[in-house]
Design a protein around this ligand. Structure first.
Ligand code: SF4
Length: 619
């Protein structure tokens, strides 16, 4: 069998019918797979003005040429749809085992359209697929449903994607859970599943993940595995997980605290950092996504105190900071428990943390009090109150119904000047790396194709000096606290990010492969004789298409902004006195990126990469 062939399972939940389609080879080659291919399919099949929660929004569950292979970082899955949180292009990716199982079953992606009138799940067993009743699962949360579906359909190896109560109740930032510990959490794609009454997708495959040239792929994989074993970044990830970055970020000024208002939050962060999470008190082991040897996932327990008894997946960096430092919660056990609750109910930890941080600022500034919040004293550091808020948000009960809308809409409903405290870009809560310590992050957040995003490019990794990709003019040693010249670095980083996001390879392994490895892997996995120049053109095309889709959905240059917190220098910490000059960076960025002054891709840029059909719809 050849490699990645664009074999799509088509499911219409309106009538329960399943079918198949195959993506044209030329389209596959140009859009690679993953989120890139999903963008092309969305452009062709989804009306830009579609209500994200209507049956006409389509959910794309995508793999890529390297998905499900045992390449380090090669276990990813991308989920894409119009986002109910941002009303524009939405994408999210996660690890786990679902992608491998889907490809073993002979599918490269799933296209879910329509909506069911009753709860259902999709069962895929190799080339057979059916829509099954999920009435007995509706109302249950992620961990229980995952366990039930695995037992019902073949055991631990079965791939399972599910939503919890957050998705069922259309919380605007509901996550999709893959294997208890991996989440496609951003952009509210679990909400799209909930709107379709789709509780889950189960897949069992008995074949091999298809590769165009298996021997060549295996030989190159050996080289990459050896490099990963000797790579400092992946060694640290294996030993300490992503939470190791907390300890680094609190020194460099990269760690947001107290809703982005303090530059030095060491007093809080030092109690919840990587050293604490990885101490024998909490850490019991580590795990990997299927086929990856990095092992960055933490397995933890809470041995004592009010949350004693918890055992299972520990928080990632983003969870530690959004549920800890951002809210001034300095109790490691509380952060672990909060992370577990959000994951079980199925809500994105970053959006939840950002929304609660806005509320805590409203409490501090006299806009809200406990009587507005069902009696909860949502003051800085009050972990117990936040703990009680998670189920209220997921079930849309009382004040939780307001917060289920995300920081931007919730602030608008709260009124007064609450919106001043919503740290969002294009309606999405900003992830947990501070652009004041790396101005490129500011440009990246302002122009990210899915809103403020920490994974659509690799600018964070460039900032910490672990990226060396001469083919993209990306090298260690970037002076991060300057804005001049940052546009080119961000543009190139977005391009490399689009290749990784479409292939789909985990960004955490960005420092492992070089250009020769990437070309060998891409050719032997896909069967296309890609060159680096061609991949770079694919990246441009994919970025411009995602941007153009969002333009068709209403995004303009006026949306390429940053919240005032991020544009205000702090007086203390590793980035004291520093703030990104966004206007300068945007002036340099737009022409490089092929955007006109109104924020749309120019006709010339679109025609250069073969997107004249997008140009015709934009102009
Ligand atoms: S590096 Fe970590 S998150 Fe990425 S694929 Fe490997 S185990 Fe999964």
């Amino acid at each position: 069998m050849a490699g990645f062939e664009g074999r799509m399972l088509e499911v219409n939940l309106a009538d329960g019918k399943v079918g198949r389609s195959t993506v044209d080879k030329d389209v596959l080659r140009k859009y690679i797979g993953g989120s890139g291919l999903a963008a092309r399919l969305m452009f062709e099949r989804v009306r830009p003005d579609v209500d994200p929660l209507s049956p006409d929004n389509i959910l794309f569950v995508m793999t890529g040429p390297t998905s499900g292979t045992n390449l380090p970082g090669g276990s990813r899955l991308a989920v894409c749809a119009k986002s109910p949180l941002t009303n524009m292009w939405g994408e999210s990716n996660c690890g786990g085992s679902f992608a491998a199982e889907l490809r073993s079953a002979g599918w490269d992606g799933i296209v879910v359209q329509g909506a069911s009138s009753r709860p259902v799940y999709i069962l895929i067993e190799d080339d057979k697929a059916e829509v099954k009743d999920a009435s007995d699962l509706w109302g249950k949360n992620n961990f229980e449903v995952t366990s039930i579906l695995k037992k019902r359909h073949g055991g631990q190896r079965t791939g399972v994607l599910v939503i919890g109560q957050g998705g069922e109740n259309l919380v605007k930032y509901a996550a999709i859970c893959n294997e208890d510990r991996d989440f496609a959490a951003r952009c509210g794609l679990g909400t799209v599943m909930g709107s379709k009454k789709l509780k889950g997708i189960v897949v069992k495959g008995s074949g091999k993940v298809p590769l165009a040239e298996p021997t060549r792929f295996a030989n190159r994989r050996k080289v990459v595995v050896q490099k990963a074993k000797e790579n400092v970044a992946t060694m640290v990830l294996g030993q300490m997980g992503t939470s190791a970055a907390v300890d680094v970020s609190m020194v460099t000024g990269d760690l947001p605290g107290k809703n982005w208002t303090v530059g030095d939050n060491t007093a809080v962060a030092s109690k919840i950092g990587g050293a604490v999470l990885n101490s024998p008190t909490y850490l019991t082991g580590n795990k990997s996504c299927r086929g990856c040897m990095v092992g960055c996932k933490r397995v933890v327990r809470i041995p004592e105190g009010p949350y004693a008894g918890m055992k299972g997946p520990g928080p990632e960096y983003e969870g530690v900071v959004s549920l800890g430092s951002l809210l001034m919660i300095d109790d490691m056990a509380a952060v672990i428990k909060l992370n577990e609750l959000c994951n079980d109910y199925g809500i994105d930890v970053i959006s939840f943390g950002g929304t609660v941080a806005m509320v805590m600022d409203c409490f501090e500034n006299g806009i809200l009090s406990a009587k507005d919040a069902d009696g909860l004293e949502l003051k800085w550091g009050n972990a117990d109150a936040v703990m009680k808020l998670v189920p209220k948000v997921a079930r849309r009960e009382g004040f939780g119904d307001v917060l289920a809308e995300g920081a931007k809409r919730a602030a608008e409903r709260i009124g007064k000047n609450a919106s001043d405290y919503a740290v969002v870009v294009k309606g999405m809560e900003v992830p947990m790396h501070d652009p004041r310590a790396n101005h490129g992050l500011g440009l990246s957040y302002a122009t990210g194709v899915r809103g403020a995003c920490h994974t659509n490019d690799i600018i964070y990794s460039i900032g910490v000096g672990i990226v060396n990709w001469p083919e993209f003019n990306l090298a260690p040693g970037v002076a991060t606290m300057q804005s001049q010249g940052m546009a080119e670095i961000v543009k190139n980083s977005q391009d490399l990010g689009q290749i990784y996001g479409s292939a789909i390879i985990c960004y955490m392994t960005i420092s492992v492969m070089d250009g020769e490895d990437l070309i060998d892997i891409m050719q032997s996995a896909s069967g296309f004789d890609y060159t680096m120049e061609e991949l770079k053109e694919c990246a441009e095309r994919i970025w411009l298409l995602k941007r153009g889709i969002s333009n068709l959905m209403g995004i303009t240059a006026a949306d390429d902004t940053l919240p005032k917190q991020i544009l205000t220098p702090t007086k203390e910490g590793g980035a004291a006195g520093s703030a990104p000059d966004l206007q300068l960076m945007l002036r340099e960025f737009y022409p490089l990126r092929g955007l006109g002054p109104d924020g749309r891709p120019t006709k010339e840029a679109l025609e250069r990469v073969g997107l004249s059909d997008l140009a015709a719809r934009l102009y």
